[in-house]
Design a protein around this ligand. Sequence first.
Ligand code: PMP
Length: 341
Amino acid sequence: MNTISINTLVRENILKLKPYISFRDHNEFNDPTFLDANESPFGKWNRYPDSTQRKLKTRLSELKNLSPGQIAIGNGSDELIDLIIKIFCEPKKDSILMMNPSFAMYGFYATINENRVLQLNLDENFDIVKDDFLKIVQKESIKVFFLCSPNNPTGNSTEDIEFYLQNFNGIVVVDEAYIEFSGKKSSLELLAKYPNLIVLQTFSKAWGIAGARVGVAYASEEIIQLINTVKAPYNVNALSQELILNALEDENKLKENVRDIVAEREWLRDQFKGIACIGKIFPTDANFFLIRLKDVDNVYVQMLEQEILTSRRDPAIPGCIRINIGNRQENEKLVTLLKNI
Ligand code: PMP
């Protein structure tokens, strides 16, 4: 159990704010006449979306066995990362900590908010060195630690997440954007034990709905209330809310998609064996591979010539590219090219 008081971590100006309350969204009506929001009376999408995303939260709370008050929905998890930094990190004063290498958006939003971005360098297997973590959190005034598991772009998961929760007096954000592909346990079950934990998930990866831009934060009701306070009232549009609600009707589809992508990942892993230009394939729990190439410049250019787009990580991760799992046709195109280099 961690007894951190969340209020002491929050920026003072944020603590003073009250959440935006739409009267319409916070009351029940039988046959309302809506003349309160300067909308058009015409059309199917003429109304503002539900600012509380009530239906979506109710459904997610059933699926995850949490209360609706423990759920915040964002315009992608990107928005939630931004809001978390804004809530806890005083510009020009506080720092965030992120793994290196990891997902760039943590640093992006922290920099925009004028916070220092401290890097926790991963070891040669892309694991956190616990001693390095202890040293840096003892020395620096860090408000938020972004722990990405499985990590983008390395693909591996972090074990023993409780260690980081127990040894840090700030907010730990466990970004589980790729958790469905990992077969590993989510950190959601740790929420009951750690008031300083925020778990991020998204509909952009395993759910296959990146176009809708919907991400979810799960945390204590206290933290969720803060996110609700700073978010734009209508941050998740009505089409996306409806789309996601429909998708949630069929969880089997998610399981099928995950199963197919994981099977395709293993097929690709097999195909990569023995390909001359590949130096190393790093272990992955996600829907992508980080691969070290013997001549990254050459391979990258040849891929581009065939309009195969991958994510170049060199020089930050020397010689490496990140390739995500496509469908069989796309994967075959990639393999054929790599075999011919
Ligand atoms: N976290 C990680 C680790 C990611 O890789 C991504 C997307 N690349 C995101 C968050 C953002 O996802 P969303 O589409 O929900 O904004």
